[in-house]
Design a protein around this ligand. Structure first.
Ligand code: KIV
Ligand code: ZN
Length: 512
């Protein structure tokens, strides 16, 4: 029988550290619920000591999730471990994840601690955490640039102190697969009590090698992989869950391991994370990119028609991509919508369904057929964005070849409706100027991009923006058949996220 690799998902913690990708508590809970259905073994829900928002996110997820372990991150300090436990203690299967840097460069310049002090702090922290739960993970931050013998020494000591998982992070994405695999083999050989803990790896993608490094580690005996959906995460991101899992599934004879992931849910969760974070998936992204299963060259298309396996190593339906999707139209009723949403993974309450149904009818009036992508956008915008500080209630633009573009905007701001008209270089600029005036905000627009959600000229436009106010960056996303309205939604979504970030200043650890 094949050995199992534990899938530890850190989309809600390391993934949320992607610049601008903040999520509020409701959004985090929604993702966690889907991650649990996907079958991940552990969900790292946040870093409770870093902000009130993180604390709340972890607590809410802990109350909701029953099958997957819920993990809270902590530095090696009493304060952080207390906060982590307070947030995660209600989980059916809680875990505390303690980290401390072990590379000479981090110990000298960041921690200002000697090896002996780091060893003692790690052991003290793990012992302290064990006072709360037997399920403690210890990470040697910057392990790939640490002295391997020091790593073995610290791992032996923390396992002795009670750690059940030891994690080897390639924090700065510096490792090369062959070398990283050898490091894992070395740790296994030279840590006397290694069989008492699960050996885990956590790779960053700075050189585009995160998935390759994780696979090399698994080939050499690592049995937990820390991953994120769509590979999002700090800087260039983390190992992507879908790449790792589909490699394991596609090459079963080469890799002697298995995972508990229900792969047919991958595409759905990938879209959800993209919609919620506002981080678009690059079209050529492996597994979940729009082009991942699109064959352009004639010779490929011919081969595919004869036998799909000529050019396709995986089936699109294995990740939940189906060609025979049900389309909904203006005559579809609430019951059919409810049933279809359930089929594509959204189990809405009566109240939520009411909101989405109303938006669905409005959209179906403008667009002949409503596809799954459209429905996903409606659910994410209709359900998740209801309790925000700013929302759009009216937009009218005047633009053309001979007129000065103007926009009249009405918004609910903290429960009160306000209106104003402004002008700009174009209708979108005019709408953004009016929104800035109404909200009295002064952020800069770092990026603006438009994408069609589906094919056809009546497709919904999906707009993403990246906004910056002082040193806070937030992404915003909006979708609508009218791209000026979609742009306004995206801008307002970005402002709501900026507001959230300003109220939850993450007390980030030095290297996080
Ligand atoms: O990259 C890293 O080292 C981390 C640790 C907290 C595991 O994210
Ligand atoms: Zn990391």
């Amino acid at each position: 029988m094949k050995e199992k690799v534990y899938i530890f998902d850190t989309t809600l913690r390391d993934g949320e550290q992607s610049p601008g990708a903040s999520m509020n508590t409701a959004e985090k809970v929604r993702i966690a619920t889907q991650l649990e259905k996907l079958g991940v073994d552990a969900i790292e829900a946040g870093f409770p000591a870093s902000s009130e928002g993180d604390f709340e996110g972890v607590s809410e997820i802990a109350k909701k999730i029953t099958n997957s372990e819920v993990v809270a991150l902590a530095r090696a300090s009493v304060h952080d471990i207390d906060r982590a436990w307070k947030a995660v203690s209600q989980a059916a299967r809680p875990r505390i994840h303690i980290f401390l840097a072990t590379s000479d460069i981090h110990m000298e310049y960041k921690l200002n601690m000697s090896r002996e002090q780091v060893l003692k702090s790690a052991v003290d922290a793990v012992r302290y955490g064990c006072g709360y739960t037997g399920n403690i993970e210890f990470s040697a931050e910057d392990a790939s640039r640490s002295d391997p013998d020091f790593l073995c020494k610290i791992f032996e000591a923390v396992i002795e102190a009670g750690a059940k998982t030891i994690n080897l992070p390639d924090t700065v994405g510096y490792a090369i697969p062959g070398e990283f695999g050898q490091l894992v083999a070395y740790i296994r050989k030279n840590t006397p009590n290694i069989d008492k803990a699960v050996l885990s790896v956590h790779c960053h993608n700075d050189l585009g090698l995160a998935t390759a490094n994780t696979l090399a580690a698994i080939e050499n005996g690592a049995r937990q992989a820390e991953v994120t959906i769509n590979g999002i995460g700090e800087r260039a991101g983390n190992t992507s869950l879908e790449e790792l899992v589909m490699t394991i599934n596609t090459r079963p004879t080469y890799l002697p391991v298995t995972t508990g992931i229900e792969t047919t849910r991958i595409y759905r969760v990938s879209r959800l994370v993209s919609m919620i974070t506002g981080m678009m998936i690059q079209p050529n992204k492996a597994i979940v990119g729009a082009n991942a299963f699109a064959h352009e060259a004639g010779i490929h298309q011919h081969g595919m028609l004869q036998n799909p396996m000529t050019y396709e190593i995986m089936k699109p339906e294995n990740i939940g991509l189906t060609t025979s999707r049900l389309v909904m139209g203006k005559h579809s009723g609430k019951h059919a919508l409810h049933k279809h949403l359930k089929n594509i993974g959204y189990d809405l309450s009566e109240e939520e369904l009411k909101l989405v149904f109303q938006k669905f009818k409005e959209l179906a009036d403008k667009k002949k057929v409503v596809l799954d992508e459209d429905l996903e956008a409606l659910v994410n915008e209709g359900v998740l964005r209801t309790a925000e500080l700013y929302s759009l209630t009216y937009l009218h633009v005047n633009a053309g070849t001979t007129v000065m573009p103007t926009a009249t905007v009405k918004m609910m701001i903290d429960g009160e409706e306000k209106a104003c008209t402004d002008s700009g270089n174009g209708p979108i600029d005019a709408a953004f100027n009016a929104i800035s005036r109404l909200t009295e905000t002064q952020c800069s627009l770092l990026r603006f991009s438009v994408n069609a959600l589906t094919g056809g000229t009546d497709a919904q436009g999906e707009v993403t923006v990246r906004l910056k106010e002082n040193d806070v960056i937030a992404l915003g996303r909006g979708a609508d058949p009218d791209i000026i309205t979609a742009s306004a939604y995206a801008y307002i979504n970005g402002l709501n996220r900026l507001e959230y970030l300003k109220n939850n200043p993450a007390r980030k650890a030095d290297s996080l």
